[in-house]
Write a protein that binds this ligand. Sequence first.
Ligand code: SF4
Length: 63
Amino acid sequence: MAFKVEIDKDACIGCGACVAACPDNFEMDADKAKVKNAQAEEEGCNKAAADGCPVNCIKVTEV
Ligand code: SF4
């Protein structure tokens, strides 16, 4: 199973919650969050990051 992890950068408010929830796969890039690996082997903490995003701009989809 594999997962695609995406951030809608236009919607991101740069709060850092995703980085706190999932430092393995999210980092800050200036004032926006960035996904380190858009193709994840496991859902892992990516779901926690998506669930915790206050503007719901992280999408984790099974591919
Ligand atoms: S939690 Fe959402 S709004 Fe906050 S930095 Fe991450 S992607 Fe952006």
